[in-house]
Design a binder for this molecule. Sequence first.
Ligand code: SF4
Length: 316
Amino acid sequence: MITDERKKFLEKQGYRIVGNHSAIKTCHYCSTAMKGNDVCYKNTFYNIASWRCIQATVTLDLCNLRCRWCWRDINYGTTNGTMFTDKPQDIVEGLISEHKNVLMGFYGNKNIIKERLQETMEPKHIALSLTGDACLYSKLPELVDEIHRNNMTSFVVTNGTITPMVKKLINHQPTQLYITLPAPNKETYLKMCNPISSNYGWENILESLYLLKSFKRTAIRLTLVKNMNMFNPEEYALHLADKEFNFLELKSAMPIGDAKYRMEYSEMPTHEEIKKFAEKICSINQWKIIDEKPESKVVLVMKEDREDRFLKFDIN
Ligand code: SF4
């Protein structure tokens, strides 16, 4: 349960709290897109309209890993999950309502494209990517169903260590499931992600990555930091080679939020460095760089490009 003091602190940082363990934070690209300026890389790669997307979490402050590059305060962990009591329907209603409340503030702003502002009042996407690991929420499958019942798409990002929940999602598939591969090997994983218990081992991540073949639309994410996990591309390539997935994203970690206390600015890879690392993996696995967004220091790798990587605004 979030204390009042913590709640105030998070609200000052731009979070809007929903119920007992969920929140939204309006993404920078939501406001720039409303002005007709830059969009998020998910808009560029997959046609997720940035101004209609809610960046959210259902596990605020709570995660079972303590990654060095995480932007949350990793001193907040989690216990046994019994604090996750909120109902999926209440969460989805609350996320939409808070999103609208925040964006109402743009009415009267002359720099905004009016039609886009109207569209923000009918959001079409929820990305559970803000902070914490969504798989800790025991009703995640029902939540995904609830998002779709609201005629919205769902992007779920997980660290893959809670394999039983990944298995449950096979029957309640998010529009796009992301699993992060945080390191080229077990030793680096343990050192850099420091799981809160031995139940969240490297082997769980590998098992979850194998499960991706049972999902319709999937992405593997590499969040890279120089000196921490951005080495041994051959090992990454080996782990990726026998997994079945649609998209591979390589992205630079940013020293923002609490990450700035754990990583130096100089450890943030440049876009060119991310691209070179992607090229090494591609040269081993015969994949291709399909798209890129230098402003976000991210590249998209696929075996072959497909027209359906661009989502249409209907569900499933
Ligand atoms: S898995 Fe994600 S939320 Fe959890 S500590 Fe790592 S970066 Fe942060």
